[in-house]
Design a protein around this ligand. Structure first.
Ligand code: SF4
Length: 114
């Protein structure tokens, strides 16, 4: 089973409204739905916090400390596809920052649940 890490938008997660990071990404990963083409193991879940400057370093620490290198990093749908979007960085910019920091492929978006 592939191993993956997820990073979610903390500003959205802190608002709750039905998902504070507790189920949508994890359900999609467990079932292989949305952008997960098959069930995967989630080995890290990092919460982005505004303005996002600590996100890539925190992901780097999570990968290092867990001693499990994920095959891919997924940006949550609330981070990659939400409207209005992040005021600090576009999804493309954040994906590039994460990839440059970790050397791991970054997928934008996790699930299609509403
Ligand atoms: S920097 Fe952007 S993606 Fe990160 S928590 Fe803030 S609004 Fe969300």
């Amino acid at each position: 089973m592939k191993k993956i890490a997820i990073v979610g938008c903390g500003a959205y997660m802190d608002s709750g409204y039905g998902c504070a990071g507790e189920w949508r990404c994890l359900k999609a990963a467990a079932l292989g739905e949305g952008n997960f083409k098959e069930p995967v193991q989630v080995v890290a879940f990092v919460k982005c916090e505004c303005p996002g400057r600590s996100t890539a370093p925190n992901m780097g620490v999570a990968v290092k400390m867990s001693e499990i290198k994920p095959d891919k990093i997924y940006m949550s749908s609330c981070m990659a596809k939400a409207k209005p979007g992040c005021p600090y960085a576009s999804a493309d910019e954040m994906a590039e920052i994460l990839k440059n920091k970790t050397g791991i492929e970054v997928i934008q978006g996790t699930h299609d649940y509403h």
